[in-house]
Design a protein around this ligand. Structure first.
Ligand code: GLP
Length: 244
């Protein structure tokens, strides 16, 4: 695991965008695995700036997002499709038909999940998977559990995740109780993984996930077993790490 520690959120965002831009420069038709949440918003803004300045292009890029709420259509302002359109896709030259998110409104979620996995494989797999990390160590919506879930699957959200995400909804009762997420196996198959985290609220889980034991009760800890992980932090999120 490589750690990059930036001073602040802006520095973290720029450093993370540089990692993604590097993959895009090496392979302009790469497959990006993308994440939502507040953490990567600055990184997406940097990538949109890079694209506007002609430094990178999304023209031939394919994207697959990690997760989506069950029951929210893409027109809902808290759906992850809406988030991606607003924060990245509408600001760059990506071909929208090459952008994929799990369909949380599918009639048959299990079938949709199997098709999503197949689409990722058909695209040649994910070249770089961007991840944020939840306060309980979740990645995507893989919540703490007894076994690492392998493939894309529907999931019941924990109360802690519902509460954490309720800040974005008018009322906690409006937060969907279920989601669809890539599995840990899907994430681990990505050729490269990029984790972003900022703020003192993430310091404890960053330390636990990346320096503690690999256990499914801390889903992000599994990344210690991935051969190519870059973790970009601001100084607050890194504050509990004791790095050599
Ligand atoms: C959400 C998302 C995750 C995200 C995490 C952290 O529930 N499903 O993909 O990484 O929580 O979000 P934030 O970056 O807002 O702290």
């Amino acid at each position: 695991m490589e750690f990059i520690i930036a001073e602040d959120y802006e520095g973290m965002s720029r450093a993370a965008a540089d990692v993604v831009a590097g993959v895009m420069a090496d392979d302009p038709s790469c497959v990006l695995g993308l994440a939502t949440g507040s953490t990567p918003i600055g990184m997406y803004a940097c990538l949109a700036d890079d694209c506007a300045q002609g430094k990178i292009s999304f023209k031939d890029v394919t994207t697959f997002n990690l997760d989506e709420y069950v029951g929210l259509p893409g027109t809902h302002d808290q759906s992850y499709r809406y988030f991606m359109d607003e924060n990245l896709f509408n600001k760059v030259d990506v071909n929208k038909t090459s952008t994929h998110l799990p369909d949380g409104c599918a009639g048959n979620l299990d079938q949709m999940c199997a098709e999503y996995e197949a689409q990722i494989q058909q695209a040649g797999g994910v070249d770089i998977q961007v991840l944020g990390i939840g306060h309980n160590g979740h990645i995507g919506f893989n919540e703490p559990c007894e076994d690492f879930p392998v493939a894309t699957h529907p999931v019941d959200l924990t109360e802690s995740t519902i509460n954490a995400n309720s800040r974005l909804f008018d009322d906690v009762a409006d937060v969907p109780r279920r989601a669809v997420t890539m599995g840990i196996g899907t994430i681990m198959k990505a050729h490269k993984v990029l984790v972003v985290a900022n703020g003192s609220g993430k310091a404890a889980i960053v330390k636990e996930a990346f320096t503690g034991p690999v256990v499914p009760s801390v889903p992000a800890s599994v990344l210690q077993l991935h051969p190519d992980v870059t973790i970009v932090l601001d100084s607050e999120a890194a504050s509990e790490l004791e790095l050599m």
